[in-house]
Structure formats: C-alpha cells, structure tokens
Design a binder for this molecule. Structure first.
Ligand code: ZN
Ligand code: ZN
Length: 371
C-alpha cells in the first residue's frame, strides 16, 4: 500500500494552500471566495490577527485589515496584497468587489454575522450573488502538511510534559483551579502561547460532567479526577485527557471501569488508519464499552479532528462516513460518566500516519493511582 504523505515541510505552504483553494473554487464554479474566519486567513496567508477580510480568486489575493493590524499583516501575510482600511473592512472589500464587477462570490456563511451580510448586500447594491461556501477551506485543512504536523507534535509534547510535571502535585487537599493554573503556567514556560481551551480538572462527582471546568473544589481521598488539557503553539492545538484515582487501592468497581475505558481507548486508537470511516473508530470504542455494559454511560462522540481549531473536521461519531486520510490528526477519547460517582475519560491526540496510528500525547495511562 502506497500512501502519499510528505515528510518534509513544504517550502511555500501558503502558495500551496491557495492553489488548492483555487482548484476547489473552480470545481464549484465560484470565481472568488471571501474569507472572514481568522483561522482560515491564517491558514491561507499566514496573518494571525483577530480581524481581517480576505478575497481569493483565480488571480486575485487581497487582505483588508484595520490600522491595528497593518504592521502585523505586512510582516506576516504571504502571497497576498495587504490593504489598510480605516473604516469598515467589510465595506472596503464590498466596494472592491463591486468595482471589479464580479457577479458571484462565495462567502463563509457560518462565520459572517447577519449585520455583516446585510452590509455586503447593501454595499454591492444587489449586483453580486453571495453563495454560502463555508467549509471549503476546512476541507483543505482536514489533511495536515508536514509543517503543520510538526507544530501539532510540539504542542502535544508540551502538553504531555506539563502534565508529567504537575502529576506529583496532585493529592487530596489541593484545589482543582490551582492544578489547572499550574498546568497552564507550565505549558507557557515550555513555549506554549497558552491553553487551547480552559483546562478541565474535575474531581469526584464533578467528573460526571464531561465538560466541567476547574472549580474551587478541593480534591478528596478516594476520588477520581479527570484532567483534560491542551497547549496551543504557533496556532496549533493539542488535546489530552488523563484520569487518576486518589488512593492506592481503588475498589473493584472503579478498577473495572478504568480498565474498560482504557480498553475502549486502545481499540479506538488501533482502528485509526488511512481509509477508515470516522464511525468505525467510534464503533470500536463503543463495542469495547458495551462488552462491560457501559455503553449507556458513554454520552459523547469518540473523537474529533485537531489542528488550528481544538475541534475541527472530522468528527469520530456514530455512523460518521467521513474517511480518515494519512495526515489527519484526530483524538480518541472514550469516557464513562456516572452520576454521584464521577467520570473516567482517557484521550490522546493521534496522527493518521502512513503505516497506522501514531500517538502524539505520550503521557502514560497506567500508574493511574496516587497514594
Ligand atoms: Zn480534551
Ligand atoms: Zn477532545
């Protein structure tokens, strides 16, 4: 089996990505795409500001920014003409489109507000048909190039190292939010820009809330504690969850729950490879939990893509038909949540490698009891 996966980072990533977008626009019969999602702008041209409007067509590549971002855009943006606009950047882009006499333009409908959409229609005086085209850039982002994989790998390493450093501090009497703070501080010390999302530390019964944030609750003996953390580094995210037990001898029920989730996580990771449907990875985890009668306690999808966004395509959920490709980066994160008792979730960020799955978040899952 030959899989085309480049090992060297591309010399001109933005040029390559813009070329891919142009091909897709041609396929959809769209002359231009107006890009307003900041992550997509960063992906296509390297500008990391929080506001900008870009237009990309067969020969056109323009980025409008307000004066806060002029210097940054001039130094970061590649393969694009940067225009500073003191008024509304949406209005400036619309006027440009109208003057160029375009009849049809794709736009990111999932991103544009109703107010901005009205401004677009008003400024172009009904002469341009705006076609909903969200997801085009995200489809290209689905498969990561070697440079992106290196960034995600580094973010995952920082995440695993930060957890390893904080692990000796986990003990009864500590506050959830103090541990979350320690984790985020150590991520930054290791070069992260910060956490990719609010670090979750959920102890005891709070663990039954899959997305509980760290609170002022104090950890107590014989509790399970879920840690869900991820660093962001050069724009790329990592995502990892570990669960520990505060005590040296967890009871039989907790031991069997942990073993079942661990097995489900391993089955999910093993099933991650080129050509496999997202639903098949989900089914692998769910099957393992069903064997132990735990399927009803697994209340979310098995995983999701990770990249510039912490949650992006593909979704590894029930019956998901999207096929993974070499170069995708996804999570495998089955869990069980039991009211009153708490929760157990184990999550890795996994690269779909040319020869199968590669775990990027390499913190151990055995040795989960803390005495
Ligand atoms: Zn997570
Ligand atoms: Zn996740």
């Amino acid at each position: 089996l030959f899989l085309n996966m480049d090992l060297e980072p591309p010399a001109h990533p933005f040029q390559d990505r813009q070329a891919k977008l142009r091909t897709r626009l041609e396929q959809r019969g769209l002359p231009l795409l107006m890009v307003t999602n900041p992550r997509n702008i960063f992906y296509l041209m390297g500008f990391r500001g929080s506001a900008g409007v870009a237009v990309l067509g067969s020969t056109e590549a323009v980025l409008w920014v307000d004066p806060r971002y002029t210097l940054q855009a001039r130094s970061e943006a590649r393969n694009v003409e940067v225009i500073e606009e003191r008024g509304s950047i949406t209005k400036a882009a619309s006027t440009w489109l109208r003057k160029k006499r375009f009849k049809q333009v794709g736009f990111e409908d999932a991103q544009v507000t109703c107010g901005d959409y009205r401004a677009l229609e008003r400024e172009t005086r009904g002469k341009i048909r705006f076609e909903p085209a969200s997801g085009i850039v995200e489809e290209i982002r689905f498969v990561k190039d070697a440079g992106e994989i290196a960034q995600i790998r580094a973010a995952c390493q920082v995440t695993a190292e930060a957890f390893a450093e904080v692990r000796p501090l986990i003990r009864p009497g500590t506050r959830e939010s103090d541990l979350a703070g320690e984790i985020e501080y150590r991520m930054r010390r290791k070069g992260a820009e910060g956490p990719a999302f609010d670090t979750i530390v959920a102890s005891g019964p709070r663990g039954a809330l899959p997305h509980a944030r760290a609170s002022s609750k104090i950890l107590a003996k014989t509790e399970l504690v879920i840690f869900d953390l991820g660093a962001i580094l050069n724009g790329y995210a990592a995502d990892m969850t570990r669960t520990v037990y505060l005590g040296s001898r967890p009871g039989r029920r907790i031991r069997s729950l942990y073993k079942a989730v661990l097995e489900a996580q391993q089955r999910a990771v093993e099933s991650i490879r080129d050509g496999v449907e997202g639903g098949a990875v989900d089914a692998a985890a769910r099957r393992a939990l069903s064997k132990h009668g735990l399927a009803p306690y697994f209340t979310h999808s098995t995983g999701h893509g990770v990249g510039l966004d912490i949650h992006e395509k593909p979704r590894l959920g029930r019956n998901d038909k999207t096929r993974l490709q070499a170069g995708c980066v996804v999570t495998a994160e089955p869990g069980v949540y039991i009211e009153g008792l708490g929760g157990i979730r184990l999550e890795d960020t996994v690269l779909v490698g040319p020869n199968g799955p590669e775990i990027l978040t390499s913190a151990p899952m055995d040795g989960w009891t803390i005495s």
